[in-house]
Design a protein around this ligand. Structure first.
Ligand SMILES: Nc1nc2c(ncn2[C@@H]2O[C@H](COP(=O)(O)OP(=O)(O)OP(=O)(O)O)[C@@H](O)[C@H]2O)c(=O)[nH]1
Length: 686
């Protein structure tokens, strides 16, 4: 039996790869040309194509399908391939439209040496990642404003896919750092791999393929990589890095707060990266949730079709069953070259006492196997891959990572300086075009960081080096101070970022430090035309001889765009009453959804501002006759018995009864004085 492989189009550097992608059966020989756009036809008989692929990704998908069907061997094409594979690839007969001899083009697919080895690798690793060609992979982030529920949503998705057990593990599972748990905020993006069974017609898998590789409606298993990101603006560098490994995002918006500053910023990060955006209105279980209002905001601000918006509650689980199907249906799969030379993006790294530097990577093209030699495009340094796997949810060895997958690698890297975030890693002795990497972080705040005990400089240096391995957005330069000795000038993305970094230095690395007061970068311009950037006031002593002309400070030029028409709104009159009487100067027109909060705030403030009276004062906020908030100022008690020394008990009782009666009357008719000052304070702060 012979087979003809025809290369109908090809690029100048085309080549044929032999792949051994089926680890469980004897070799199946498949051939693709060069990069993804080459076209390959495999013929049973001359002139009759049984399989025709427009991209190596489609080919890979077909191979996986064949592997699946292997048990029953129903596909004649598969049978033929198997027969041929036993005979060995040298028996194959090639023809091409060019006159180039195919024999010089054939070489083994370098990253997966032999089926036996792959099979062994899977056995060791436990999880067979070859079941997940790019078409079965979705990489997505959860992005949102602070506290809109990203980590809680991640918890629910982990439970839904059985990645963690329901009720086990702590809430906000992916917030693993002590600082995150203590502050209740996410500061590090965290990746996790989930497996999800989705019953969907798989003929939709690849409509571009001329052959429909899998046409069944059986349940398909997908590999989903989820990245939970921070919401605070100081950690937006984490968000932008995470998006580089994704093809789509879940954009969460709190159903009562609506679109907030970081919703807008994160939306544009995803939009500019050309990612598919799935809007999810979260926290719909809240009493003041207003999903319709939020849908309108999304429509007006981002032109999001209200029909595309999902409604969910990460707390109760309501609406969550629609989230992962939407991820699979709407987000495109990673479109790297499955059979191209390996290119992986270094997303993140951290230092582990036992394993050394652990790198999180996204496989953009090709495949990686344990034991292979890789090199860094940035430094040229080469390493052996000692361990490779996925985060499911903790480090889970798979011994293999294929195109589109996100996972971790352990190499011989000892120094954190070697793990450069945004670097491209590739097989040694292959030349690849480096990936674009990440934009450098823009530091907004600088401060000196010195060891509390001068003799701890080396320990601090070590601690900073390890922590910056996990937080590449911090800049570090050595500096010295007359008073504090030798230390570092560090640049941060904001004050919260600085605070978190210092807390992590102490908690995770035991470093006790003294910090100088933070400063933004200023520019000083001198009479001789020179300009210097000042991140440290000490620098100015070296310029004392020069005449300063101008100082510049960072500023933001913002444009606020507001609609010129007013729109329909659900407004109510909020009244504030003192002992049942409306204080008209304090009445306000507010949105119905905000009335309870504003009402509560005003009555609480009034209670603090008003003096106590001889009678009890009820402070109430009301919409019409409905009281929505209330505070009470208790009465000042006059000692009516002060002048009754000893004597008649009946007289004392009478005096107290009279006082009680009087107070009742006062309460009914009494008007409360609101001092002018209290008015001003109240109006200033509401
Ligand atoms: N009522 C209600 N509360 C929720 C829901 N989802 C999250 N929360 C609560 O909202 C708060 C913030 O939730 P997180 O998941 O930490 O929010 P986050 O967006 O990850 O926060 P950052 O990472 O710090 O930006 C927590 O108290 C959650 O319990 C929800 O669907 N309904």
């Amino acid at each position: 039996m012979s087979i003809r492989v025809g290369l109908e189009t090809y690029t100048s550097d085309w080549r044929c790869w032999m792949c051994f992608l089926n680890p469980t059966v004897p070799q199946h020989l498949c051939f693709v040309a060069g990069n993804v756009m080459a076209v390959l036809s495999i013929f049973h008989k001359p002139g009759k194509a049984t399989a025709f692929f427009r991209s190596s990704a489609n080919l890979l998908s077909h191979i996986v399908h064949l592997q699946r069907k292997h048990a029953g061997i129903t596909d004649p094409f598969f049978k033929d391939l198997e027969v041929i594979s036993r005979q060995g690839w040298r028996n194959l007969e090639f023809w091409t439209k060019s006159s180039i001899s195919p024999s010089i083009l054939l070489r083994p697919y370098s990253s997966i040496a032999s089926p036996a080895q792959v099979s062994e690798a899977i056995k060791e690793g436990g999880i067979d990642l070859t079941q997940y060609p790019p078409e079965r992979i979705r990489n997505f982030s959860i992005i949102a404003h602070v506290d809109h529920g990203k980590s809680t949503m991640a918890d629910r998705l982990l439970e839904l896919t059985g990645t963690i057990k329901k009720g086990h593990g702590q809430p906000q599972y992916l917030d693993k750092l002590q600082v995150e748990r203590e502050r209740g905020i996410t500061v590090k993006a965290q990746t996790v791999t989930m497996f999800y069974n989705y019953a969907k017609h798989s003929s939709k898998l690849d409509t571009s393929a001329a052959i429909d590789t899998v046409r069944s409606t059986e349940e398909c298993k997908y590999l989903l990589n989820l990245i939970d990101t921070p919401g605070h603006v100081d950690f937006s560098y984490e968000v932008s890095r995470s998006l580089a490994a994704c093809q789509g995002v879940l954009l969460l918006v709190d159903a009562s707060q609506g679109v907030q500053a970081q919703t807008v910023a994160n939306f544009y990060l995803a939009f500019e990266a050309d990612l598919v955006i799935i809007p999810v209105i979260n926290k719909i279980d809240q009493p003041n949730a207003n999903p319709e209002n939020v849908k309108n905001q999304l429509k007006n601000m981002f032109d999001i079709d209200p029909q595309d918006v999902l409604l969910a509650s990460a707390k109760t689980g309501m609406g969550l069953s629609a989230v992962l199907p939407a991820v699979i249906d709407r987000i495109r799969y990673p479109n790297g070259g499955a059979l191209s030379p390996l290119r992986m993006l270094l997303l993140d790294s951290y230092y582990d006492e036992y394993k050394g530097v652990i790198c999180h990577v996204a496989i953009v093209d090709g495949a990686l196997k344990k034991g292979e030699k890789i090199a860094s495009a940035a430094t040229g340094q080469s390493y052996e891959v000692m361990d490779v796997g996925i985060l499911h949810p903790e480090l889970t060895p798979t011994n293999l990572l294929l195109t589109g997958q996100v996972g971790y690698i352990v190499t011989g890297m000892r120094s954190t300086q070697e793990a450069r975030i945004g670097d491209t890693l590739h097989h040694i002795r292959t030349v690849v075009e480096p990936l674009p990497g990440f934009k450098p972080a823009k530091h907004m705040v600088f401060a000196g960081v010195y060891p509390a005990d001068g003799s701890d400089y080396d320990a601090l240096s070590h601690a900073i080096e390890r922590l910056t391995c996990n937080d590449a957005s911090v800049s570090v330069a050595r500096e010295s101070s007359g008073a504090l000795g030798i230390g570092f000038r560090c640049g941060f993305l904001g004050l919260l970022h600085m605070d978190v970094f210092l807390q992590r230095l102490e908690q995770e690395h035991g470093a006790h430090v003294i910090t100088t007061s933070p400063t933004v970068p200023y520019i000083f311009e001198y009479e001789d035309g020179s300009k210097i950037q000042v991140q440290n006031p000490a620098i100015l002593s070296s310029t004392s001889g020069k005449r300063l002309v101008t100082c510049w400070e960072p500023t933001v030029i913002a444009t606020i765009i507001t609609p010129s028409e007013y729109q329909e709104a659900d407004l109510v009159k909020l009244d504030i009453m003192l002992n049942g009487q409306i204080v008209d100067a304090l009445s306000a027109i507010v949105h119905r959804s905000k009335a309870p909060r504003i009402g509560r705030e005003v009555v609480e403030k009034l209670k603090k501002l008003l003096d106590r009276q001889m009678f009890e004062v009820a402070i109430q906020a009301a919409i019409g006759s409905k009281i929505i908030a209330r505070e009470t100022i208790s009465a000042m008690r006059k000692n009516v018995l002060a002048k009754c020394y000893g004597g008649d008990v009946t007289r004392k009782r009478k005096l107290l009864e009279k006082q009680k009666e009087g107070k009742k009357r006062m309460k009914r008719v009494g008007s409360v004085d609101i001092p002018q000052e209290a008015f001003h304070q109240l109006l200033r702060t509401t």
